[in-house]
Structure formats: C-alpha cells, structure tokens
Design a protein around this ligand. Sequence first.
Ligand SMILES: C[S@@+](CC[C@H](N)C(=O)[O-])C[C@H]1O[C@@H](n2cnc3c(N)ncnc32)[C@H](O)[C@@H]1O
Length: 268
Amino acid sequence: VSPAKKVQAKVMLVGAGPGAADLLTLRAYQALQAADIVLYDALVSDEILGLIPHKVRKISVGKRGHKRTISQDFTNALMVKLAKSGHLVVRLKGGDPSVFGRASEERAYLEAQGVAVEVVPGITTASAAAAQFGFSLTSRGIGRKVLFATGHTLAGRAENWVGQACEPDTTLCLYMAHHDMAAIGADLMAGGLGADTPALVMSGVSRTNTQMIQTHLGDLGAACAAIDTNDPIFIVIGAVCAQARPQEFIDELDLLAKFPPVEGRLAC
Ligand SMILES: C[S@@+](CC[C@H](N)C(=O)[O-])C[C@H]1O[C@@H](n2cnc3c(N)ncnc32)[C@H](O)[C@@H]1O
C-alpha cells in the first residue's frame, strides 16, 4: 500500500437500490468501479454484483432477517481493518443505506475509529415499488403522509408505530414485516383502520421474477402467508394502493424490451 493511500482510511456506505441494475445511481456505480473491496449485504442482487469489476474483492457479510450469520461487530471490525490497511472499502447495502440500513450505526462506529465515511444514497424499495406498480406514495386528498416502518426490531415485533399508522390518509410502507403481518394487521384494525383498506404485497421489486398481490388489510396476513418466494417482500397499506395497476398490465409493458440490457449501455 502506498503512503499516499494511507493518508485517510475511508469507507463508502453505498445504496444498491432494490435490485435492477439500472436503478443503481451513477455515483454508486462509480464507487463500485473505484473500490478495492466490496462488503455486500444479502439483499444485493446478482445483477448489481455483476457490475463490480472482477479485480475487486467481494465479501458477503449478509444477514437475512432473524438469521444472523455474520455479526455486526465482525463486519464493523472488518471494515476498519481493511480501510486502515489502505483499501477503499465499499459497504454495499440494498435500497437506501439510510432506510433500515444501519447507516447511522456503521457511520458512528467507523468515525469513532478514525475512518472517514461517505454515504451514497440508493433508491429505497418504497420508491421503486410505487414506480413499478403505478401508484404514488402520496396523493392529494388520500395519501397525505407516508410512514416507513419495520415489522420487527431487535426485541421482536415492532408495535410502537401502530398508533400513528391508523389514520386513513397515511400510506404505510412496511419493511421486514411479512412474517408478522397477521398480528400487525390485527393491531392496525384494532387501532381503527378498516379491514377494507387497500393493501399491496410485493416481492422482488424491480427484479425479474417480481410478484404483486392486490388485497385488503383484512386479508393481508393470508396473502403474506401464501406468497412463495425467496425474494424480499414489501408491504404497503393505504388508500393509494387502489391506484396500483395489476401485475398483468405491468407484464404487458415489457419494459425490458424497450431498454437494452444495462451492461451494454454502461459500457458505451
Ligand atoms: C433491512 S431492510 C433494507 C431496506 C433497504 N435499505 C431499502 O431502502 O429498501 C430489508 C427489507 O427491505 C425490503 N426490500 C428490500 N429490497 C426489496 C425488494 N427488491 N423487493 C421487496 N422488498 C424489498 C423487504 O421488506 C426487506 O425485508
């Protein structure tokens, strides 16, 4: 490692977006090209990993939900060690690092260890889902506020946001919630939200095998239980969900036919 490279140890916390390569920001793409080492999460798609140059070392530090294979402490220590040995480390996370992505925890740890941090935002699942399925997260008169919430916390199911979610003009975006959806749905209905409130269950947003189920709050638990996929699952509840276009309509758009594969375009 050259002395010049040792001057400032640095880690970039980079958002990979929801999965489709052409939803990666140009800044994130450039970070991947400049990196020496990429530590990536389980939610980062193969399509995005395919954009990392072969010479760059890729290390999976993935955790999925409650399955903790690699501890956060290990990942933190690894980032510091690699950055302090002069490598430009990219910590690649699904979606946007600032939305349920532990960006603040990792930033605090790294800075306390004297490592500089740069965050590159990504497209969060909520934005990608709205675009793909034809609804808006806010909509005049029916969706006046948006609540991003997580279905589970370190202590188990999260309930502290339920009170704020029960107003009919709230668009509730639920990350990591499908396992607990029957119980969360019951809490929301007990809080006053109607069983007929429109809801969407979406898996693999922006990915090739994406699925979407249009349902209602009262049937949401059953819809989540029925969905059969290894892809991540995202749930939206609120009046705006009635705007969503059915899956068949989305399929007919055949977006892939309109746009050539991303690798070809980025290589131009
Ligand atoms: C740890 S959170 C990370 C969220 C991410 N930082 C973001 O901004 O989208 C993981 C959850 O995000 C949601 N998620 C992430 N990518 C998704 C995708 N492509 N399709 C559906 N849900 C997704 C799922 O609810 C998943 O359980």
